[in-house]
Design a protein around this ligand. Structure first.
Ligand code: 5GP
Ligand code: MG
Ligand code: MG
Length: 179
């Protein structure tokens, strides 16, 4: 599995250190807010569980699963809800937990959905941001790291269902998906 990685971008230690920093910032802000943490499956699973252990305030955990209408054409921009929330978020502050912001279509869709449900506020916490690829304007409120325009795997992020269990974030070798 490690042989398929071109380059490690962030080690487990570097991720842990960054998560500590982000969690301190978020904890200061949400002390008396009682937000709902909405994790976007499946990529944000690892990030969400590691982050939430560091958040020192009352919260509810929830998740959604979304998928692109046409998986083959990446930039179709059509997003569909596959698994809905189980919490009523009316008047609740919401923090969306995402693995990576790429074109921005997923989070654009989710922000609108959660706003339509009456969320009191919506913030985005993403492990990674690939700003070069943005097609719609979406900004993360808490970002772990900016990454180059390469295909990233590990720490929850997959290629074809694989590599999610890597404890670090890295660039996948092109030879793995080129043919
Ligand atoms: P967006 O809607 O912002 O284009 O992309 C959202 C989703 O695409 C992410 O949540 C993630 O699942 C997937 N994605 C985007 N870039 C990458 C990447 O470099 N590696 C992996 N594994 N998934 C990505
Ligand atoms: Mg995702
Ligand atoms: Mg994926």
């Amino acid at each position: 599995m490690n042989n398929d990685i071109e380059k490690v971008l962030y080690t487990q230690d570097q991720i842990n250190e960054r998560l500590d920093q982000l969690a301190t910032t978020i904890t200061n802000k949400y002390q008396n807010e009682f937000p709902v943490l909405v994790s976007v499956m499946t990529g944000a699973m690892v990030f969400t569980t590691d982050m939430m252990k560091r958040l020192a305030f009352k919260l509810n955990l929830d998740y959604v699963d979304v998928s692109s209408y046409d998986e083959s054409s990446e930039s179709s921009g059509q997003v569909r809800l596959v698994q809905d929330l189980s919490h009523d978020i009316t008047n609740r502050p919401v923090i969306i937990m995402e693995d990576i912001i790429d074109t921005g279509h997923t989070l654009h869709y989710l922000k609108k959905l959660l706003a339509d449900r009456g969320a009191k506020s919506i913030e985005i916490c993403a492990l990674l941001d690939k700003p070069d690829r943005r097609e719609v304007e979406v900004e993360g409120d808490y970002i772990g790291f900016k990454v180059p325009n390469e295909f990233i795997v590990g720490y929850g992020l997959d290629y074809d269902g694989l590599y999610r269990n890597l404890p670090y974030v890295g660039i996948l070798k092109r030879s793995v998906y080129a043919d």
